[in-house]
Write a protein that binds this ligand. Structure first.
Ligand code: SAH
Ligand code: DHB
Ligand code: MG
Length: 229
């Protein structure tokens, strides 16, 4: 009986979390045709379904508004879903540059940017991020940087983000909790990269930072770092 009660309580908690999540998403982060098309196009092209959630997209927009973002940099575009959220929160005349290693992914991104009506302000550049980043210095400073590509080089992406931003800029990185693995002795180069990223943003005197558990079961989320004045 005790077990059944526990199980019923767990299921109730799960339903409650799901209700809260869907209520917040429908009230604050509804998807329009452009975003929905980006998802179906990505799925049809066989891309992995690892894009951010609508609530994360809206958080990026809130952060963009907080730092008056006119220039944005994304590392890891996938099918353009997060890029559409980002591009739509640019101030007038603003630009988003999104770096993507896969030409196949980039083709989906361009098509989805076009359909979402953001291709006038958002572009995808194809290549390995660490090869492309050194060429962005003339286009800096970026007001917002979103890091969401391969995880082992996250510490190097942070170094570039710090170099390419200004006081008041915001640096966001996805997948910095990894179900808690980010806080255990690293078992692989993915968790090692994320753990080192977290250590650096937590202790760097140039940053005010926080990790936010914010996926559906609170096991992964964004690391948010604001560059101090
Ligand atoms: N930001 C996207 C999800 C990105 S998934 C969204 O939320 O919609 C990670 C992407 O990073 C994949 O498309 C992958 O091809 C790309 N990627 C992986 N390694 C990379 C590298 N070294 N340089 C640039 N892009 C990379
Ligand atoms: C993975 C990568 C991501 O950027 C993400 O948001 C979720 C999963 C992955 O490589 O498994
Ligand atoms: Mg991610």
């Amino acid at each position: 009986m005790a077990h059944e009660d526990d199980l019923a309580k767990l299921l109730q908690q799960q339903r409650t979390r799901h209700l809260i999540e869907t209520s917040i998403a429908s009230a604050f982060a509804p998807e329009d045709e452009g975003l929905r098309n980006a998802l179906t196009s990505a799925r049809d092209a066989g891309l992995p379904e690892i894009q951010i959630s609508p609530i994360q997209g809206k958080l990026l927009q809130v952060l963009a508004a907080a730092c008056n973002a006119r220039k944005m940099l994304e590392i890891g575009a996938l099918g353009g879903y997060s890029g559409i959220w980002l591009a739509r929160s640019l101030l007038a005349g603003g630009r988003l540059i999104s770096l993507e290693i896969s030409p196949e992914h980039a083709a989906v991104v361009r098509n989805s940017f076009e359909k979402a009506g953001v291709s006038d302000r958002a572009e995808v550049r194809v290549g390995k991020a660490l090869d492309l980043l050194p060429h962005l210095e003339s286009e800096a400073p970026f007001d917002l940087v979103f890091i969401d590509a391969d995880k082992p080089p996250y510490p190097q992406y942070l170094e570039w983000a710090l170099r390419l931003t200004r006081p008041g800029s915001i640096i966001v990185a996805d997948n910095c909790i990894r179900g808690g693995k980010a806080f255990l002795p690293p078992q692989d180069d993915v968790t090692a990269g994320v753990a080192e990223y977290n250590r650096r943003i937590a202790s760097d005197p140039r940053l005010t930072s926080l990790l936010l558990a914010m996926d559906e079961d609170y096991t992964d989320g964004f690391a948010i770092a604001v560059v101090k004045y």
